[in-house]
Write a protein that binds this ligand. Structure first.
Ligand code: CA
Length: 335
């Protein structure tokens, strides 16, 4: 680590301490062929009404996931200061270059924003965005909601989630907000690759962090968009920021206790699923077959579930490669 860190090159066109509604940008200088003194412009809305907690709401941390941007462009347009107490900071397109390109990672530097924390003020564009969240936005926040979905390569049962944490009070508050969000499923989530994640950065700073996986395949359905819009308002009500009545529906709790939840491909080929999202599967059940595609006459490889549970996430495209996550099986638990 170098220290002391230089100031962030990002400048905000909004005043985070002013009451009222402001629509503006985080402006990040980015010199390039088509704009010598150009910038990356990340849309931001701040809605503030006096003293109270701050919620930091983000979509498109990964650029090909759409429920969060839909919910947050909608909220930014409609939320009024007289409806709230405290402050709501809304960034529907957190990794704006990736969102504009419709890709998971940034087309500028291939940076995966959710593996770039704590970031660097003198790093790549993606690292500079991470650094601004790490040192400017996260310290302002009490509650953080970061929307995810499966993107182009995964599809999920719609769920809201939080992590098991060493600080049990922080963990309990996160799961209280997950329940309030009211997605059809609520998950105690295990990360297979937690280093550099926004989640980890927020949690290590003591923030109450809630995330989602609301669908996938590189689009949003009517149902999953509505879950995102309703859940976001429910969470703000439960956090004591937004007035009104929550409209939560019943939720099924799921646990992802260990690495046996994940099944990975070891061959390339054409995938045929034998179970769909939401199906109950047994340990050892064949959940998919991978057909070799280079020639005819070869048998498919069987992929077996490594635990019993609910089929919670799957690979989305029809072709798989070695190492791809093919299936996630979570355990149904009482909430
Ligand atoms: Ca994601």
């Amino acid at each position: 680590m170098t220290s002391p860190l230089r100031p962030s090159p990002v400048s905000a066109t909004v005043d985070f301490d002013a009451d009222g509604v402001q629509h503006g940008f985080l402006r990040l200088p980015y010199s390039r062929d088509d704009a010598a003194w150009g910038s990356v412009m990340i849309p931001v809305t701040v809605v503030k009404n006096g003293k109270g907690p701050t919620a930091l709401l983000t979509g498109a941390n990964h650029g090909d996931e759409y429920e969060g941007p839909i919910a947050l462009f909608d909220l930014a347009r409609s939320l009024r200061p007289d409806e709230i107490r405290g402050r709501v900071i809304i960034l529907p397109a957190m990794n704006q270059p990736a969102f504009a390109a419709g890709t998971r990672t940034s087309p500028i530097d291939r940076g995966n924003l959710n593996r770039s924390f704590p970031g660097r003020p003198d790093g790549t564009v993606t690292e500079k965005i991470a650094d601004y969240f790490q040192r400017v936005l996260l310290p302002m926040a009490d509650v953080v909601l970061d929307f995810h979905s499966g993107g182009k390569t995964l599809d999920f049962l719609p769920f809201c989630a939080a992590h098991i944490l060493p600080d049990k009070a922080q963990q309990a508050e996160a799961f209280r907000l997950v329940r309030a969000f009211g997605a059809p499923y609520s998950v105690q989530m295990l990360e297979i690759d937690a280093v550099g994640m926004y989640d980890t950065a927020a949690e290590e700073m003591g923030r109450v962090f809630v995330t989602t996986e609301l669908g996938g395949g590189g689009t949003a359905s009517a149902r999953t968009a509505e879950i995102a819009i309703r859940g976001c308002r429910n969470l703000l009500i439960a956090a004591g920021i937004l007035q009104g009545e929550a409209t939560a529906a019943p939720t099924q709790w799921l646990d992802m206790p260990d690495g046996d939840c994940f099944t990975f491909a070891e061959e390339a080929g054409l995938i045929r699923f034998l179970a769909d999202l939401g199906d109950r599967v047994e340990k050892g059940q064949v959940v998919a077959m991978i057909y070799p595609t280079g020639r005819t006459g070869l048998p498919p490889t069987e992929l077996r579930s490594r635990r019993a549970g609910l089929f919670t996430a799957r690979h989305f495209p029809g072709l798989v490669k070695p190492g791809d996550c093919v299936a996630v099986i979570a355990e149904e638990i009482d909430g």
